[in-house]
Design a protein around this ligand. Sequence first.
Ligand code: DGJ
Length: 728
Amino acid sequence: MPISFDPSSKIFHLQAKNTSYVMQIVNEGYLAHLYWGKRVRHARVPNSLRFKDRGFSPNPNKEDRSFSLDTLPQEYPAYGNTDFRGPAVQIEQPNGSRITDFRYDSHEIISGKPKLSGLPATYVEGENEAETLKLRLKDEVLGLYITLMYTVFKELNVITRSTLIENNGLETQHILKAASINVDIRDTRFEMMNLPGAWVRERDVERLSLRRGVQSVGSRRGSSSHHQNPFIALVRPETTESLGEAFGFSLVYSGSFDASVEIDQTNQTRVTMGINSFDFSWKLEPSEVFQTPEVVMVYSSEGIGEMSRTYHTLYRNRLCRGEHRNKERPILINNWEATYFDFDENKIMSIADIAAEAGIELFVLDDGWFGERDNDKTSLGDWFINKEKLPNGLVGLAEKINEKGMKFGLWFEPEMISVDSDLYRNHPDWCIHVPNRRRSESRNQLVLDFSRPDVCEEVLKRVTAILDSAPIEYVKWDMNRNMTEIGSAALPANRQKEIAHRYLLGLYSVLEELTSRFPHILFESCSGGGGRFDPGMLYYMPQTWTSDNTDAISRLRIQHGTSLVYPVSSMGAHVSEVPNHQVGRITPLETRGHVAMDGNLGYELDVTKLSDEEKEEMKKQISLYKSIRMTVQYGDLYRLIDPFKCQNYGTIHVSEDKTKAVLFYVHVLAEANGPFQTIKLSGLDPDKDYRIIETNEVYGGDELMNMGVNIPYPNHDFKSVMYRLESL
Ligand code: DGJ
């Protein structure tokens, strides 16, 4: 039984594959956290909590000076009832009070995993995959209930959590904060990892020691953002890629979020994660409920690499959905860096001809096909074909592309509106804005108010009309700015702080509807590259455009950081032209190919300008990728060299049955008279012998992992190597 409850000790014991998570109801019904870590067979009372009178830690019950919520490791702490640390929940009441006191009410253990209403979340296929504990807490005075939902995945080291707040009282309440999770770990020997970044520089890996007090990461942009990802991990100071403990927290949400880590006076570490409470409140009428997003908690006792592989397995198979979930992803060509806005049907077809010849499977028409869109100042919202550029319409173009044997895909940016658009002229109040304030533009555009059902409805109508009008089999869903002057013309004053979250609920409902109307379409999400590379979007779209930075060398870090949480099958990676458009770097076509093959390979350059030799090389890359893509996209990823610690880079992708593997290595700068390079592989079967196809050498898996494999001498800058391994 993955979840058990012992009524005498009042201990809940959750057991995932090799993980235990233990809680206890203590004192007058408070829910305490006891343990999260390596699986134990039993969790018994002697190992449980100890209490002591501590100065300046007040006592809810004056008869018991040893008990204070200020020092109790809690599962879902409230504000104001003796705990001075950051709360998980805060409710403002009609009388002005913000004090609540939630105690155990009841619990239920069910098989499977219930859906979260209106929100993306991991799921099960079959009741046997997981068990769920619904733990109900109650505030007697307000008639408010909180249900803490814990799902234990039996075959993975995964526990997911979310929280439901239910107003069963007679009065309207305002939620000021509703975290998805809180975990108080009785230990502080951790470092925190997170993924900060910027546009074209997404997901650096940062790892810092914890200090006493609060350290937090988050986004206030209305989007998960390039700048922080909704992910943190606590790792031991000695934890490496392959050794030691790692505790991952990944929020399935695409909006403003907050993750904070607080070390308290008695050496406990509080982790709280969820929707950002800054500029948030939610009016909860009697009988209404509020559902928080889900946090996916992964435990690894075998290093950061194992934590990542657990996220990859879960997100690939039980977060992503739809027809394309486990299918090989098509090799695409995108015209953005080839033409920007300057194209017509002839130009597109000249690119498509060469792409088809090279074996590319999908042509993606990027920005500029609609309205008067010859630059980024106009037409977002006017999703009608530009007949000057495409005289035969999308259908004419798509059919020609299909005739070449390629699928046709299309770019959209449906959440946005240009001031210079008919949509804006007709509906100036449909954007997010505040009366009598400037509507600040970013990339010359405003954000459509997706908190309004009428706006969502109209967007759905327009996008559906286009998708119905031509054989479109792929959509790139872009989003190129963050929210400012957040306000909605459709909501009353006391609901204005709900807009950012309502926007996400609106977006999710549009995406749910669209993906069910067009199940055959492969959706790829994008936000100026990886500005919304988060689990929330992956639920609807199994791929994300990883970054607008297509430089092979910049990509080493970006793809490494992204892979901490997200599977290779979700990472779009394109070969682009040199000098590179973002950094001006000139790298060999071979290296650009190898780095893009380390994700979902695509091309994004004017192939009509390539020499015959380059076209031949591209063709070879494509046929090579077709032979390795199943292993790369759906194998297990082992990171071999950390590009944040040295300049070089190495990964190996190993098929599930360990019969095939693909090694990528990039040596960034050549060195005069430099050392030889040998790289130790990971993830292979030590008892199998492997042939390296490129060198025709045979080695044991044990040799390759312990003695390593020689890498050809790096005789020029940006040299890369790709080895295919096959077991004999
Ligand atoms: C930003 C995206 O990340 C690019 O790939 C491209 O689609 C542009 N938007 C188009 O405006």
